[in-house]
Design a protein around this ligand. Structure first.
Ligand code: NDP
Ligand code: ZN
Length: 179
């Protein structure tokens, strides 16, 4: 990435950190939420070999609309139309129930753009690794299994987006089913 890309990426980190400042992950240590979007961007760069600055910005911003007061208009103003549109593609409709949202992810995954598929794959890798590390408070083994099963239904449709991320997910799913 050139310096202009890097400046945009660091600005996204600053923006997302402010938006997620009061949020924590579900792990028992209550990790600051911002570690998740930063980690998703790192997976895309380090493991996916992704150099598209728009995808990296979208990864950093991917949960701001779903989980904070951020609007797509605001993202467009700060980061431009294409970044805002990638985030739009990976944002669930909060008017629907959790069950409906999960169903729609399975139904719609294959119709997303390549850029959105990349963010989705890296997001799932991060969350599955997090679940392998430690169960969130209130979760049991069965809930973790349901999450892995659902994530596989979403991801298996979009492996075409990136061979390295696909391999990583296939290993996570096969190691899990072997447990
Ligand atoms: P989810 O099952 O969707 O929670 C997982 C999501 O939480 C991840 O996708 C991730 O999303 C986020 N997250 C935050 N911290 C962590 C972490 N440490 N590890 C992994 N993921 C983390 O829970 P919801 O409450 O959103 O949804 C409820 C759904 O769960 C219902 O649809 C229902 O089917 C199911 N359920 C199952 C139960 C059971 O016992 N089997 C009980 C209750 C509900 P992000 O990337 O956005 O941060
Ligand atoms: Zn996420």
């Amino acid at each position: 990435a050139c310096n202009a890309d890097l400046a945009d990426i660091i600005y996204a980190v600053d923006f997302a950190a402010r938006k997620h400042k009061n949020q924590r992950r579900k792990d028992p240590e209550k990790t600051p939420y911002i570690n998740h979007p930063i980690g998703v961007a790192h997976i895309l760069i380090q493991e996916g070999g992704i150099e598209d600055g728009e995808v990296i910005q979208a990864a950093i911003l991917h949960d701001t609309v779903e989980d904070t007061d951020t609007t797509f208009e605001e993202l467009e103003e700060h980061f431009g139309k294409s970044v805002a549109n990638i985030v739009r593609e990976v944002t669930d409709n909060k008017l629907l129930s959790k069950e409906e949202r999960k169903e729609l992810q399975v139904k719609n995954a294959s119709h997303k753009s390549l850029q959105a598929k990349l963010v989705k794959l890296a997001d799932k890798i991060y969350n599955l690794r997090d679940l392998n590390r430690v169960l969130p408070e209130g979760w049991d083994e069965n809930r973790r299994r349901e999450y892995f099963n659902w994530a596989e239904k979403v991801c298996c449709q979009i492996y075409d987006a990136n061979d390295h991320l696909a391999k990583c997910l296939q290993t996570l799913f096969s190691e899990f089913s072997g447990k």
